[in-house]
Design a protein around this ligand. Structure first.
Ligand code: SF4
Length: 72
């Protein structure tokens, strides 16, 4: 099981920066909010090849709405 990108919907403002950094994992819904291409909307599974881009998205999210849960 890999890492998980958690989206805090109470903080996200839907500008979509994360969807530009992780286009393979996140699309945008009609309002600009991130929409997981696979899995649920709150916890998005991250493959090993996407770890750095996920860390970048967490660091750059202007609303601090993203966090990474590392698999044990
Ligand atoms: S970068 Fe942050 S605020 Fe912007 S859409 Fe993604 S989660 Fe929401």
């Amino acid at each position: 099981m890999g890492d998980t990108l958690h989206i805090d919907w109470t903080s996200c403002d839907g500008r979509g920066l994360c969807t530009e950094l992780l286009p393979q994992l996140l699309a945008r819904d009609d309002w600009g909010y991130p929409l997981a291409r696979h899995g649920d909307r709150t916890n998005v599974g991250i493959g090993a090849g996407d770890s750095q881009a996920a860390r970048d998205a967490v660091a750059l999210c202007p609303r601090l709405a993203l966090s990474l849960k590392t698999a044990p």
